[in-house]
Design a protein around this ligand. Structure first.
Ligand SMILES: O=P(O)(O)OC[C@@]1(O)O[C@H](CO)[C@@H](O)[C@@H]1O
Length: 401
């Protein structure tokens, strides 16, 4: 294990590549902070008939990001002291100077503060992203994707496993906060399949049929991502790749479309109400939940602004006791390897050696961070001149046994 260990913290360290901030003009991170977040505030503002208090707070947040310094949470916030501690180095300074991971996390926490999600009152517990999630779930694309499951009922278990892994992987592209640049929808270049790394053989080696251990799935987005995740989980249970799956979701709204318990409920219901194979799968998932073979967890750490290297002991023990942890999505990847400008060929195994037990990342590339690439693959991608790191056109399956 090289000195890349302990590298994924938020601080700077000797010999470590820089932590990503929003400071760099033209960078992806800056675009998120300067364009995506303000646009999101506008969308949330439009989606709800908020009162003057919420509208004022949203406008103030908009202004603060562009012109002010990072302010603390309101006095009534239950976790105000916690965030004062976590933001010691960033509160009172420009948003653009903070580490990208911290700033994004805190932005979502502040948005919840602005709309009164945790406050006493009528807006308590109202998910500001629910209208977007609901629209996606009832849309034609989900309908078509559910219908396509009928075709998989007739293929071999191994073919089905691989197709479901792909569906779960590329489902990560459907992120409601993600708006790629023009061209993001074109076929991937640089590699034939769009996969920049593909360790699926290692994954299935850890989880052969009949392996019967516990698999943890750290979920990312709801809707078009969570549905294929649940279908994959059903397959793992049905074919004995696992005899129990723990699905980790967020304890509250986060990064627009991140799944929380209410979203799992909606997705399971959506599956269960569908005709054909999707409905059968939905019924099995419900049964598995009832029998404790599919368990839900919503640990507070999943909304904390830290890399997984800082995960608390209870989570570490839980993940360490299973046969594999599958992490979904871009943010989980950034938290897994550290949100730094790593050279693309840095060893994935070294960076994740701290993780308690075998770990797999299934992620479409939607931010600058990527490691574990073969030098030839990296060279080809760089030569393509495309925004392959951030446009969601490429994906990876990386596994550390
Ligand atoms: O974790 P996900 O859902 O795959 O992706 C989340 C994400 O694409 O959204 C951000 C932009 O808002 C990126 O910085 C981030 O990594």
């Amino acid at each position: 294990m090289g000195d890349t260990r302990a590298a994924s913290g938020t601080g700077q360290g000797p010999g470590l590549p820089p932590v990503i901030t929003c400071r760099e003009p033209g960078s992806f991170a800056r675009g998120v902070m300067a364009e995506r977040h303000p646009a999101l505030i506008e969308q949330v503002r439009e989606a709800f008939p908020y009162g003057p208090q919420q509208l004022r707070a949203l406008d103030a947040l908009l202004h603060e990001i562009a012109h002010g310094v990072v302010e603390p949470l309101g006095h009534g916030s239950p976790d105000r002291d916690l965030w004062l501690e976590w933001g010691r180095e960033h509160i009172g300074r420009p948003w653009f100077d903070a580490p990208f991971l911290w700033a994004e996390s805190y932005f979502y926490r502040r948005l919840l503060d602005a709309v009164g999600y945790f406050g006493e009152g009528p807006w308590q517990g109202i998910d500001p992203f629910a209208p977007f999630k609901r629209a996606e779930l009832s849309g034609d694309t989900v309908e078509e994707e559910l219908r396509a499951l009928d075709d998989l009922a007739v293929v071999t278990a191994a073919e089905r496993a691989s197709a479901l892994l792909d569906a779960s992987l590329w489902g990560n592209r459907a992120d409601l906060g993600f708006r790629g640049p023009a061209g993001a929808g074109e076929p991937a270049s640089g590699t034939a399949s769009g996969l920049v790394a593909d360790d699926r053989a290692v994954l299935w080696g850890i989880l052969p049929p009949g392996a019967r251990g516990t698999v943890a799935v750290i979920a990312d987005n709801t809707g078009r991502e969570l549905i294929p995740d649940l279908v994959l989980v059903d397959h793992l249970l049905l074919h004995g790749h696992a005899d129990r799956v723990v699905l980790h979701v967020k304890p509250g709204p986060y990064f627009v479309s991140d799944a929380m318990t209410a979203d799992v409920v909606d997705c399971v219901r959506r599956l269960g109400q569908a005709p054909g194979e999707a409905g059968v799968i939905g019924g099995r998932i419900r049964e598995a939940m009832g029998a404790g073979r599919l368990d839900l967890r919503a640990h507070a750490f999943f909304c904390a602004p830290f890399p997984y290297e800082r995960m608390p002991d209870d989570l570490r023990a839980e993940l360490g006791s299973g046969s594999l942890t599958i992490l979904k999505g871009d943010l989980n990847y950034r938290r897994l390897v550290g949100d730094r400008l790593w050279p693309g060929t840095t060893s994935f195994a070294d960076l994740t050696a701290y993780f308690p037990g075998p770990v797999a990342a299934l992620r479409t590339l939607k931010s600058d961070v990527v490691v574990g690439l073969d030098p030839g693959v990296l060279e080809g991608l760089e030569r393509s001149g495309r925004a392959w790191r951030t446009s969601g056109t490429h994906a990876l399956v990386q596994v550390r046994p």
